[in-house]
Structure formats: C-alpha cells, structure tokens
Design a protein around this ligand. Structure first.
Ligand SMILES: Cc1cc2nc3c(=O)[nH]c(=O)nc-3n(C[C@H](O)[C@H](O)[C@H](O)COP(=O)(O)O)c2cc1C
Length: 387
C-alpha cells in the first residue's frame, strides 16, 4: 500500500474529516478541483431534504501550500452546516440537555440493530450517525485528489447509471470521451433518455408510496497502463482491491468486473478477449469482456466495474421491527432520507476506483515528487512499448 486514508465524523456532528497519507509532493490541486466533485456527489433526482439545505465545501487543513501538495499528510474537512440544529443532541460536551428521544426501533437493512448489540448502545443514533453515507463526503474529497493525480498521467475515471430499479439503460458506452459530462447532464446520470424518463417516473412513484429504489452503476477508467496490481499475492490483485473499496461504500451489495456475471454462463470461447498486436498500439485485446483486468493486473484496456446498490433502507412506510426496550413488534423508525441515491453513489464509486488505481499506480512507479514519477512513468511506458 502506497497511499492510505482514514475518515472520521458523525452524520449530524460538527463535520467529517479525512487524512490522506502518502501522496507525492508537487501535485497541483485547488479547492475548486475538490469542490467540483463534492457538488457532483450532491446532485441526482431522488435525494432527500439534506441536499437542499447543505452545500458541501471542503476546507484544506494541511498538506497543501499555494495549490501544490507538500508530500505531508493532506487533511480535508467538510463542515456539517446542519450541526447548528443538532448541537444539543450531538454535542461531545457533558450537558444537562437530554440527547433527544433515544432511537430504539431498528430499521431493517441498516446497521442499527447489529451495531447496537455489538457496541452495547441503547440509543441506536450512536450507530446510525457513523453508519450513514454522510461519511462519503470526505471519501469523494479524497478521490478528487486521486483523480487529479491520475489525470496528470492521462488516466480518467468516469461513470454512469446503467440501471435504476427496473429502468435499464440500453445505451452501451463505446465513446469514453465526455462520458461524465453527458452523464452529469442527466438527473439520474443515465445516458439513455428513454431509461432516464422511466427512472424519474419510478422515483416519483416510490416517493409517493413511501418506498425507495437502488440499481446498478458502472465506473470506467481509461488510460490505465498494463501491469497495475499483481498476480503474485491475494491482497495485491487489482480486481480484489477495487471490489473491497467499492463494497465498503454504504449500501453496495455487488461488484462485477467487466461482464463477469453474464460471462459465467457462456462457453470460454465466447468470453475471453483475443490478443492482437500492431506497431503503434503494441499489444491489445480485440474485445474487453474481462473489464481491463486479467490475473489481478490491468491489461491496458479500460477498467470497467459494475456496482449494485441496494434500495435505501429508511422507508416512509416502515417495515416491521422490534423495540429494543419493550421487545414488542413495532414499525421501524423513520427520519429524513433519500428515495434514491444511485446517481450520487456512481460519483462516489468514481472516487473510490480512482483511489485504488492511484494507489496501484504509485506502487508501480514509486517516487516522492511528481516530476520523478513522470520520469519513471516514461521509462515504464518505454519498457511496455519495447516488450
Ligand atoms: C450516497 C448514499 C446515500 C445514502 N442515503 C441514505 C439515506 O438517506 N437513508 C438511508 O437509510 N440510507 C442511505 N444510504 C445507505 C445506508 O447508509 C446504508 O444502507 C446503511 O449504512 C447500511 O449499510 P449497508 O447497506 O452497507 O449494509 C445511502 C447510501 C449512499 C451510498
């Protein structure tokens, strides 16, 4: 591992924070680069009230001077503007003010019950506050730094929503250029207008019924050189690393590399990507069903990852639960919540993929400052060309 990050913060606490360790010196990064990604995370049809009351802005607390990284830990902070309304409930100080009504009706599909038992809390808010996807604000901030780093080497991480509920995008991505720009124009980040209309109608219906929706998004990374990750050890495999970070995102329940699931039921001859060679391109693959990864290593083709997000677990028409105090059946708790957060999840997915690919890139090229890494990258590309 060459870079790492650690996040902290509660959903309605003072804010969320992330420390990025291991980024080289000399990378140009501005607050606008980061806030651009923060704004993309907040968009999307189907989000709850919080997105209307808060615009997330990052404050850089360390590691950057005059728009350039120093090589020291980078600390990024996002203030929760809603804290003003929650201070009495969430304050770390000892006060006489009651901590609000304790939350004692665990929501199915949430961390509430398991977390309550595990940490021995009788107010399940103590679990909910950290399990919340509010934590992804700073993951996106971290990913923005990783994306900026990768862009310096011509590597682009983009995404789109492939399916929302039963609305399936029939548009397969063949042109990668401007993919994010096109997806960002859609309220559900879909490239297919028919599917987009169906998705918006489904969200309206879910909202009306007090229900929620999930779906599948696709993250595509282009410009990745052959050889990131390694076949030699389980925790160095690039596909495994991508799957882990994506599965760690709240509500993600499936990760597929390339067309992994549909490949599984076909004959091998219909699955594996044949190899070609020409002087200009060097080695390449005639198709990309493997999604750009073979043997735990990037193979030079675009890295395509499909990710399944479950529907939001907080329902306005709550499911059955049991009160942790009375042990009696009761409807689960409800508080302000999204109907569908899939478009935002796709943006978070980009950040997480960018992180893993930047990590694998730095591992391969090494170096503590950008010009050194560029020099090493040129040498590596020369090696690939001459192979
Ligand atoms: C961008 C995003 C927004 C989310 N918003 C909500 C929400 O408003 N309400 C909710 O109950 N869950 C929401 N979730 C999902 C929960 O955080 C998640 O389901 C919960 O923490 C349980 O974890 P698990 O689903 O990974 O098992 C969101 C997830 C993401 C990625």
């Amino acid at each position: 591992m060459s870079i790492r990050f650690l996040t902290a913060g509660e959903s309605h606490g003072k804010g969320t924070i992330v420390i990025l360790e291991g980024f080289p010196a000399g990378l140009t990064i501005t607050i606008d680069d980061i806030n651009f990604e923060m704004a993309r995370r907040q968009k999307g049809y189907g989000r709850g009230g919080r997105m209307q009351i808060e615009t997330d802005h990052v404050e850089i607390l360390s590691g950057v001077r005059k728009g350039v990284t120093l090589g020291s830990p980078i600390t990024l902070f996002v203030k929760n503007k809603d804290y003003e309304n929650w201070e009495k409930i969430m304050t770390p100080d000892v006060t006489d003010h009651p901590a609000g009504n304790p939350l004692q009706r665990p929501r199915p599909g949430h961390a509430d019950l398991s977390g309550g038992i595990k940490y021995n809390h009788r107010d399940l808010r103590n679990i909910l506050e950290r399990a919340s996807a509010r934590e992804t604000t700073v993951r996106v901030a971290a990913g923005a730094v990783a994306k900026k780093f990768l862009k310096d080497f011509g590597i682009l991480v983009q995404s789109h929503v492939a399916q929302l509920g039963a609305a399936i995008s029939r548009k397969t991505v063949i042109r990668y250029e401007g993919l994010n720009m096109a997806a960002d124009k859609s309220p559900v980040r879909m490239l297919d207008k028919v599917a987009e209309r169906k998705a918006v109608a489904l969200i309206d219906l879910a909202k009306k019924k007090g229900d929620t929706l999930g779906g599948i998004f696709e993250v595509i990374t282009t410009g990745v050189p052959v050889g990131l990750g390694s076949h030699v050890q389980w925790d160095r495999k690039l596909d495994g690393r991508l799957a882990q970070i994506l599965m760690s995102m709240q509500a993600i329940k499936g990760v597929e590399i390339g067309s992994g699931f549909s490949n599984a039921v076909l004959f091998g001859s219909k699955v594996h990507d044949e190899i070609g060679y020409d002087k200009k391109r060097g080695f390449y693959h005639l198709t990309n069903r493997a999604g750009g990864i073979e043997g735990g290593m990037s193979n030079g083709e675009p890295i395509v990852v499909r990710v399944a997000k479950k529907p939001i677990a907080t329902l306005k028409q709550p499911l059955r639960s049991v009160d942790i105090e009375t042990k009696k059946e009761i409807k689960a708790a409800y508080e302000r919540s999204d109907t569908c957060a899939l478009p935002a999840a796709s943006v978070i997915g980009e950040a997480l993929c960018a992180w893993v690919i930047a990590d694998a890139f730095l591992e391969e090229m090494g170096g503590d400052f950008m010009t050194e890494i560029h020099q090493r990258y040129q040498l590596y590309l020369k090696h690939v060309k001459n192979y």
